[in-house]
Design a protein around this ligand. Sequence first.
Ligand code: ZN
Length: 136
Amino acid sequence: MVKRIDHIAIAVNDIDEAVTFYTDVLKLDLSGVEVVTEQKTKVGFFKIGESNIELIQPASDDSPLVKFLETKGPGIHHICLEVDDIQREVEELKKRGARMIDENPRPGAHNTRVAFIHPKSSGGVLIELNQLPEDK
Ligand code: ZN
């Protein structure tokens, strides 16, 4: 079951530079910056109500995000929906004909487990599903 929008992710070339708009102009507080080794990205979060804006920057030259920034430039990268049981959700989506980038959930930021739906199944929008760790 989909519970809420967890975050909207925005691809940037440089988090430190991009952060200034959100902190100085929108007056949001940066909740933290971390490197997600698995996805080769560096991410920064701004909490807004029960959702977040996530800035994502490539953490290495071979990050898949490098190609995205080269072809599309900075901007909205994906929308993340929180689900209660990601393993079951992925199975259900496949049964309903969704094409998954991740056939099985993998580690995401903040000890979450994540899986991406291919934009070809979702009208060109990259959708991430995540499940928060048990203690949250
Ligand atoms: Zn995300």
